[in-house]
Design a protein around this ligand. Structure first.
Ligand code: AHM
Ligand code: MG
Length: 336
């Protein structure tokens, strides 16, 4: 008989034994992320049948139309963590202000930042979606955290990862000891270890970027993407273009097979579209833990000073050598 697959909770408990400072609370927190994933996946599976597609008519803090599923996913995160008792403040891409949970304080040590539904434009066409999370510690024991306490550098994260709702539901996370992937086994409702110690190839053959924005990019970005399309067998070009409209799905593909994803700065939007705290920081940590690289084009994402909750940042993420090449073009060090 083959080896019995490891469940998420068992894997976390085993890893904790080798992790100084590891606590049972921490595994409960990841289990709660897993629960969020099951609840959202359940709604997504039936979305076309139960009138939860389309928009609510509201515009969110990012200036984007709110999808019904954005709101539902956000509510699920809030409910699970409000009652879970481990988190005393939450911030979401969908909410202008954080939700503070004094009822969970002082026993709750963690603060959670999340993008409840990544790739919202995919909701109505049955394409992949995701959720992204980042956990930091409450900085002080003598008072309730404030909004400023959530605005932290990527290097301060203690856990980060994503849920991917694709042909299967996956949870990928890191606590700084590598990045690991679990697949939800729907028959038994458990996440089982399917991708232990992910390792991203140093170079790939795939790039993911919204090329509709080409005319708005800086010259270095244009030259780099042009370069990827020129044929040169020695360097494995041309690369294949793959872009799903869901950052989580695109980064997941790259994490497994190599290459890079870019959401660069644009003429009228120099910091690009993606959010530092809810998207770039957690994915950067996962990818670095898998041996990859994540950059703004000029600096490491995890070293970017966080100034406010909804701050945006250009993101270039993936195989270390591909991201380094992109940085050289963007910085004007390299010409094709
Ligand atoms: P969202 O979290 O509001 O869905 O926005 C993030 C998404 C990413 O998943 C995706 O890579 C990108 O925005 C797509 O944007 P665009 O349509 O500009 O290419
Ligand atoms: Mg998103």
């Amino acid at each position: 008989m083959g080896q019995f697959p490891l469940t998420l909770s068992r894997f976390i408990t085993q890893s904790q034994a080798t992790h100084p400072g590891g606590t049972g609370e921490f595994s409960s927190l990841l289990a709660q992320i897993g629960l969020v994933g099951k609840l959202i996946a359940q709604d997504l599976r039936r979305a076309g049948l139960i009138s939860i597609l389309g928009t609510t008519g509201e515009i969110n803090v990012q200036g984007e139309p709110v999808k019904k599923l954005d709101e539902i996913a956000n509510e699920i995160f809030l409910k699970v963590f409000r009652h879970g008792g481990l988190v005393c403040a939450l911030a979401s891409e969908e909410m202008e202000k954080p939700v503070l949970l004094p009822e969970n304080w002082p026993q709750a040590k963690y603060l959670l930042l999340f993008d409840p539904l990544d790739g919202s434009s995919n909701t109505d066409c049955n394409m992949p979606l995701g959720a992204i999370f980042s956990v930091v510690m409450a900085p002080r024991k003598d008072r309730m955290p404030t909004e400023d306490d959530l605005v932290r550098k990527g290097t301060e994260q203690v856990a980060a990862g994503y849920l991917l709702y694709g042909s299967s539901t996956m949870l990928v996370y890191t606590v700084g000891q590598g990045a690991h992937g679990f697949t939800l086994e729907p028959e038994i409702g458990e996440y089982l270890l399917s991708h232990e110690q992910l390792h991203i190839p140093a170079r790939g053959k795939v790039y993911g970027v919204n090329e509709g924005n080409y005319h708005k990019w800086a010259t270095g970005t244009k030259k780099y993407v042009d370069y990827l399309k020129f044929q040169d067998k020695a360097t494995g070009r041309p690369y294949s273009g793959r872009y799903s409209g869901c950052l989580v799905a695109d980064v997941h593909r790259i994490l497994l097979g190599g290459g890079l994803y870019l959401y660069p700065g644009e003429m009228d939007r120099p910091d690009g579209k993606l959010r530092l705290l809810y998207e770039a920081n957690p994915l950067a940590w996962v990818v670095e833990q898998a041996g990859g690289r994540a950059s703004t084009g000029t600096m490491r994402i995890l070293d970017v000073e966080a100034k406010n909750l909804h701050q945006r940042v250009p993101l270039i993420i993936g195989s270390a050598n591909d991201v380094r090449d992109a940085e050289k073009f963007i910085q004007g060090i390299c010409e094709p």
